[in-house]
Design a protein around this ligand. Sequence first.
Ligand code: DC
Length: 225
Amino acid sequence: MNLTLKGIPVIAIDGPSASGKGTVAQLVAEKLGFHYLDSGALYRLLALAASRRGVSFEDEEKLARLAEGLAIRFENGEIWMDGERVGDAIRTEECGNGASMIAAYPRVRAALLGLQRTFCKAPGLVADGRDMGSVVFPAATLKIFLTASAEVRADRRYKQLMEKGMRANIRQILHDIRQRDERDSARSVAPLQKCADASLLETSALTIAQAVDEVLARFRQVGVQ
Ligand code: DC
């Protein structure tokens, strides 16, 4: 099967929180010279914008309107919102939890759909998130469901936060990860799930480089490269 969007190859990488899909997706995009979409960053940006503007995480209507007017820019690995660098600010656990809450609203998801699709440009796109293969790019060339055990993911997130000099508590992180998995999987719109046509990549025992090679190998198998 060699499905492409407007003839542009898309690799959709979905999976739970802290599975490493962002790192893997970014490296795959670099190796192939493709564009990269971190869709989780959009939900995080919206959570940050809402908390800064005093918009309640329970007000779906206002959140959707805020999503439609988000002034954001992705540039050389940095993310800008309203003229400010916000790459680090959106990575906090607080922002991640807020993103998970507001991502459950259908109107918020609909408001971010068009924006996500604008990332699909030649020569290709690697997109990571929860519903890349199921909703945003259903005709993706390759769909990967990338996961790891909750304990391995908590450990990875802990190390990532420590490296950034942020305070972290591993038990709290594991608790948050489980709670977020539950919320992302149980919601009625675009829940986190492996689509029938996605191939599973379990990375608990893999290094990042091995996971990247595996995605590239599967991409070659679908016959595009
Ligand atoms: O991938 P992440 O942890 O940065 O995403 C933050 C939250 O955003 C996640 O808990 C659920 C939501 N999200 C989503 O619902 N759909 C996506 N495509 C990406 C993220």
